[in-house]
Design a protein around this ligand. Structure first.
Ligand code: MF3
Ligand code: CO
Ligand code: CO
Length: 260
């Protein structure tokens, strides 16, 4: 089963091992940067800290840098920014929420994960949005097993988001990952049970739901990267890279804090 670029959707054990090494580098970087996220830091400083850690400590490559012209090493998406926020002079203040999305390439393979952080004390709405979005990711992961379909994943996410009066962003999706950052299949965060491709052992893909507190509609800023909610409502996103095994999904980007 090869896609149009000749990249198989089914990875070998040794490929999955390599994706796992890159994925664990992403997990470590997210753990590391969390200690720095507090009121007064700029998103550029967060970018710099991650860039230095990835290149010097991990001796790996921040794959977002120069990806299709993206100018920084990570994405930082604050408050109503949905995804692909570009680090810059913006200073974080108490009450902000920020998504840090990191992709690392090492030994020819990629890992990709994103986490939400609170800056100081969050509002009731912000903390509910961040919690529900993380639950959406977990519910999606629970559906990621052989024999299920990609639609089962999307349906689980959409149902949970809408039950909480939030909406699912439709323009951006999860993706296969390996030698390149974005491969087949596309993993939609909405859908119907039983629809779409059947999930098979050996697939490696991300699930990365973006959930808006208001309406689902977004717009792209003039920098051609930053995606914001049209109604300026808050948006949250969590992402993991997964390998499909006989028994379900192995979370390759799992952080220590998630081992409970
Ligand atoms: N990490 C993002 C994803 O989850 C991709 C960011 S591409 C960039 O797919 F160019 F914006 F960095
Ligand atoms: Co991704
Ligand atoms: Co990502």
């Amino acid at each position: 089963m090869k896609n149009k670029r000749g990249i198989s959707m089914i990875k070998t054990k040794s490929e999955i091992e390599k994706i796992k090494i890159s994925s664990q580098m992403v997990a470590k970087t997210l753990e590391m940067v969390g200690h720095h996220i507090k009121p007064g830091i700029s998103t550029d400083e967060i970018n710099h800290i991650c860039h230095e850690y990835i290149t010097k400590n991990l001796e790996a490559t921040p794959a977002c840098l120069n990806y299709k012209g993206f100018p920084k090493s990570i994405c930082t998406s604050v408050n109503h920014v949905v995804c692909h926020g570009i680090p810059g002079p913006k200073i974080l203040k108490s009450g902000d929420i920020i998504n840090v999305d990191i992709t690392i390439e090492n030994d020819g393979y990629h890992g990709d994960s994103a986490k939400m952080f609170f800056v100081g004390k969050p509002s009731v709405l912000a903390s509910r949005l961040v919690k529900v979005t993380q639950e959406c990711l977990q519910l999606g992961i629970a559906q990621a097993k052989p024999g299920n379909t990609l639609g089962d994943i999307g349906h689980a996410i959409q149902t949970h988001a809408e039950k909480n009066n939030f909406s699912v962003v439709e323009e951006y999706c999860g993706h296969g990952i390996g030698k390149t950052l974005h491969e087949e299949p596309q993993v939609l965060h909405y859908g119907k049970p039983g629809q779409g491709m059947t999930i098979k052992e050996g697939m490696v893909f991300t699930i990365e739901p973006m959930i808006n507190a208001g309406k689902k509609h977004n717009k792209l800023l003039a920098d051609n990267w930053t995606v914001v909610t049209k109604d300026k409502s808050l948006s949250a996103q969590w992402e993991h890279t997964l390998a499909i095994t006989k028994n379900g999904a192995e979370i390759l980007t799992k952080r220590k804090e998630e081992n409970t």
